[in-house]
Design a protein around this ligand. Structure first.
Ligand SMILES: *Cc1c(COP(=O)(O)O)cnc(C)c1O
Length: 377
């Protein structure tokens, strides 16, 4: 079996599981309790917060732990917009965001906000000029993802952030896919909020964080205890948080090697297809792309057909789009990129991770080429 769907989720790193173990057994205190059990738990929690903050170049108190990337995105967008609704009710995002952002924006629309969905070019990139034109006096929040989860395109976050800083408009970026493969330093990056998730970087599922700049207005969405400095009620997922910190630290330490390996894997796959002489089309930006995501179309082979045949051969890849009741919906990302119908209907996403080897990736590419030769019409 060859797993090439790391953009969907990743296996837990053995050292992450090890780091979590004490917090699933002996250290069971509630971090909010004042007794010794609680204090020990609190120490684990705050040490994890320090480690995540350090990796992001942030102050520890700006890290809010959440139940994952989805909650971090919802908190940033809904919480950020609601807290500023007296100033204006206009939000800007892009048409290629993860559904955690798009559906949070749709919810804002139901609450009476107006949302502008910026278009992208054929590489999946938003344009700074179009963003500038979309900004209005009542714009209170902009959310643009760092790197796309389907095609890997990296957005011009620095340029957008610099422009928005001048205008005093709150800027959020969903960095879930970029975290671990790109250096992210919020002390240099002009963003006010940034979402990350543990299970995309070999941490456990169900935990993530929002970097929330000190002066950024936010309306909490979970009402309960005073946890996370009154920004998110609920007893913390301590074992998950500790695992997240461990995963983030390993990823930061190994980032260069990982990225080099993913680049090599990508080149290896393309080389196999080139040599096999099959027709293929790489989707996304030719240079500004995340190293671990390769979205490619094989015109003449439907996405479903390819994925089924790959699965039969023990290879896990993805379409990058939601599969509902067995029928494949066209990806909103590829549609926003205005790709040809044949390209859109034959797109497959391969995404690499730490357990992959170049050999197995080459083998997967060979199997893919064989499938194309067998079924393309
Ligand atoms: C996976 C993902 C999310 C959602 O994160 P969860 O932790 O699964 O909720 C959000 N944004 C992007 C870009 C993702 O890839």
């Amino acid at each position: 079996m060859i797993y090439l769907d790391h953009a969907a989720t990743t296996p837990v790193h053995p050292r992450v599981a090890e780091a979590m173990h004490p917090y699933l057994t002996n250290v069971y205190g509630n971090p909010s309790s004042l007794h010794g059990f609680g204090r020990e738990a609190r120490m684990g929690l705050e040490r994890a917060r320090d480690r995540i903050a350090h990796i992001l170049g942030a102050e520890p108190q700006t890290i809010v732990f959440t139940s994952g990337g989805t909650e971090a995105d919802n908190m940033a967008i809904i919480g950020g917009a609601m807290a500023q609704q007296d100033r204006g009710r206009h939000v800007i995002t892009s048409s290629v965001e993860h559904h955690a952002v798009l559906h949070a924006c749709a919810h804002l629309e139901q609450l009476g906000f107006e949302v502008t969905y910026l278009p992208v070019d054929e590489t999946g990139m938003v344009s700074l000029e179009e963003l500038k034109q979309a900004v209005r006096p009542d714009t209170v929040l902009v959310s643009i993802m760092y790197g796309n989860n389907e095609v890997g395109t990296i957005q011009p976050i620095e340029e957008i952030g610099r422009f928005l800083r001048e205008r005093n408009i709150v800027f959020h970026t969903d960095a879930v896919q970029a975290f671990g493969v790109m250096p992210l330093n919020v002390s240099e990056l002009p963003v006010d909020m940034l979402s990350v998730s543990a299970h995309k970087i070999n941490g456990p599922k169900g935990v993530g964080a929002l970097y929330l700049g000190r002066k950024v207005p936010i309306q909490p969405h979970l009402h309960g205890g005073k946890q996370e400095r009154n920004r998110r009620g609920g007893t913390e997922n301590l074992a998950g948080i500790v695992g997240f910190a461990e995963a983030a630290e390993i990823a930061a330490r190994e980032m260069e090697e990982r990225v080099a390996k993913y680049r090599q894997m990508r080149e290896a796959m393309l080389a196999v297809w080139r040599e096999a002489g099959i027709a293929y089309h790489v989707n996304g930006h030719p240079e500004r792309h995340l190293p671990h995501i390769l979205n490619v179309s094989f015109p003449g082979v439907h996405t479903e057909t390819m994925l089924m045949n790959l699965d039969l051969a023990g290879i896990a890849a993805a379409s990058g789009s939601a599969c509902t009741s067995g029928s494949l919906e066209l990806s909103h990302v590829l549609q926003a990129m205005c790709l040809d119908d044949t390209v859109m209907r034959s797109a497959v996403r391969f995404s690499f991770g730490i357990t992959n080897t170049v050999e197995e990736v080459e083998q997967a590419a060979q199997t893919t080429a064989d499938i194309v030769k067998r079924v393309a019409r």
